[in-house]
Design a protein. Structure first.
Length: 117
């Protein structure tokens, strides 16, 4: 499984961005996927994840109601719609896919999101 995130950029507080993750591999549609972020000096954290079929989602508390994770298995794509962005959302965002054992085992290169106040 190979993953590549895109769509980051510089936005003002209150703005929005849509991140995309292009995935390759025959089993991608069978795997849960997620978005992580890592800010300078902080540990990487799971922002949102989604089940293989898209029925179940999880959001970290600070992004609930502002971020929406979705996927299009026909396109092997994962998305993160980020609305009402805050400066504290500034981080490198990466997409990931779960291994057959359930843990996140595949990672893509991240995309920088910078929110100015």
């Amino acid at each position: 499984v190979q993953l590549q995130a895109s769509g980051g950029g510089l936005v003002q507080a209150g703005g929005l961005l849509r991140l995309s993750c292009a995935a390759s591999g025959r089993t991608v549609s069978l795997r849960g996927m997620g978005w992580f972020r890592q800010a300078p000096g902080k540990e990487r954290e799971l922002v949102a994840d989604i089940s293989s079929g898209g029925e179940t989602t999880y959001y970290e508390d600070s992004v609930k109601g502002r971020f929406t994770i979705s996927r299009d298995n026909a396109k092997n794509a994962l998305y993160l719609q980020m609305n009402s962005l805050k400066p504290e959302d500034t981080a490198v965002y990466s997409c990931a896919a779960r291994s057959r054992m359930g843990a996140f085992g595949f990672w893509g290169q991240g995309t920088q999101v910078t929110v100015s106040s």
